[in-house]
Design a protein around this ligand. Structure first.
Ligand code: RP5
Length: 162
């Protein structure tokens, strides 16, 4: 039986994957294992309940949850687990995802969702933030993160020549 990966990436629809793939790519770059699955708050509420209630016992450490529109998945998941939940608002047809952002970010006090930017940037940062959380208790990952940052810095040229 394979071990549960540290990170769960859940999303409200298969159509969210092109966005949430950004989180997976960040985790891949840092050697952090993850599992990605579709868990809809609206279309598969029982799956969401079972996942959120069982995530901690299953061995996950951080949950990345992406959804668009009436994006209840991150908040509902956070309400049923003590694991940190990072919410990624997926771009929607309404004002490019402003509805998704507000649905996720405006949690009432008591149940936090760490909300990232709308779209691919938010997904990539969710992967990085999940890795930073895990790195607090994983010195080897902390070193990989530091190297990743250093490479990013080194890749930014100061000049604007073609
Ligand atoms: C949300 O509805 C999903 O997270 C997705 O962003 C949005 C649209 O879903 P589909 O109609 O493309 O399946 O629940």
């Amino acid at each position: 039986m394979s071990e549960t990966p540290a990170v769960a990436i859940i999303m409200g629809s298969r159509s969210d994957w092109p966005t949430l793939k950004g989180a997976a790519e960040s985790l891949d770059a840092l050697g952090v294992p993850y599992e990605a699955k579709v868990v809809s708050a609206h279309r598969t509420p029982d799956r969401m309940f079972a996942f959120a209630k069982g995530a901690k016992a299953a061995g996950f450490k951080v949950i990345i949850a992406g959804a668009g529109g009436a994006a209840h998945l991150p908040g509902m998941t956070a309400s049923m687990t003590e694991l940190p939940v990072l919410g990624v608002p997926v771009e929607s047809k309404l004002q490019n995802g402003l509805d998704s952002l507000l649905s996720i970010v405006q949690m009432p006090a008591g149940v936090p969702v760490g909300t990232l930017a709308v779209g691919l940037a938010g997904a990539k940062n969710a992967g990085l933030l999940a890795a930073q959380i895990l790195a607090l208790s994983d010195p080897a990952l902390a070193e990989r993160l530091a190297a990743h940052r250093a490479a990013q810095t080194a890749g930014v040229a100061e000049t604007v020549e073609d």
